[in-house]
Design a protein around this ligand. Structure first.
Ligand SMILES: [Zn+2]
Length: 288
């Protein structure tokens, strides 16, 4: 099938046509196999028309990105235009992942950053002074917000960084103002109130209760020193006297019952025997 081949007769032409047909069929089959292996569709236009339309990147007109992934691309593309490498980008935090109501101060605004620096600059002395930053040590022009430490050191002066630090600390202090309530709570009234309402106690209240309990215990110990000053004999004597009183009371009750019922004498005998046995063991004087 070279260019020099010139079919002369009809037969040659037919033969050539058959060969060409076979060749194209063979090529078609090869292409089909390749598409099959790669999982592609030969009908490129048909498949492409189903895809969502591409949008132009605001940072580079040559970039065309699906709308779905535009935000992600914009973040990355912006950082790339600012000169951050892929490695640096990978190390950066995602400012969109900030917990609600928890302090998260992100200086992501170039104008705010410049404003803070200008304010500090206007408050600084005009001429060079010992021990303080003067106006010449602040950045005059607005710079992009540094996204990592290296950039912060390169793009901002020491005076700039101190001004931003003070600004962030100030904002942090304002947020913390609201969290000082615990310091001024009247815990005693709160505990009494909670006792009435039978609500579950907070950790703080439990700690306060434990503290009061320990104080009471120490106070009780201190006030009752005379208990521990008694000798062993004195303590035992008190115990015996208390027990004797109790037994005397019980026997008196028993005797009254017996006399009322006029029971059998053997029962009374047993009772007397029981009593004398205890007296012997306890070495006590019988109480009648
Ligand atoms: Zn882009």
């Amino acid at each position: 099938m070279s260019d020099s081949f010139q079919p002369q007769t009809d037969e040659d032409r037919l033969k050539c046509l058959r060969e060409l047909t076979e060749f194209t069929e063979k090529c078609k089959k090869q292409l089909h196999d390749i598409f099959e292996t790669l999982g592609w569709s030969p009908d490129y236009r048909a498949s492409n028309s189903n895809q969502e339309p591409l949008e132009q990147c605001p940072y580079d007109p040559d970039h065309r990105v699906p709308a779905k992934s535009m935000e992600k691309h914009k973040t990355s593309c912006r950082l790339r235009k600012m000169g951050y490498s892929a490695e640096e980008q990978a190390e950066m935090y995602d400012p969109s992942v900030c917990y609600e109501n928890i302090f998260c101060f992100c200086l992501t605004d170039k104008a705010t950053q410049h404003q803070v620096i200008l304010q500090a600059r206007s408050a600084a002395p005009l001429m060079k002074m010992e021990g303080v930053f003067w106006q010449g040590q602040y950045s005059g022009e607005a710079v992009d917000v540094p996204q990592n430490h290296k950039r912060a050191v390169c793009d901002l002066t020491v005076a700039d960084r101190l001004a931003l630090y003070d600004h962030v600390i100030g904002a942090l202090g304002q947020q913390k103002e609201g969290n000082k309530d615990d310091l001024y709570v009247d815990l005693v009234s709160k505990l009494q109130k909670d006792d009435k309402q039978n609500e579950p106690k907070s950790h703080l209240e439990l700690i306060a209760e434990m503290r009061d309990y320990k104080r009471r215990r120490q106070s009780y110990r201190a006030k009752n020193v005379h208990i521990t000053k008694k000798s062993y004999t004195e303590v035992i004597r008190e115990v015996i006297s208390v027990h004797s009183e109790e037994l005397a009371r019980q026997w008196k009750e028993e005797e009254e019952e017996e006399s009322q019922r006029s029971e059998h004498s053997s029962h009374r005998y047993r009772s007397l025997m029981f009593r004398s046995r205890i007296f012997r063991c306890g070495r006590l004087r019988p109480v009648y």
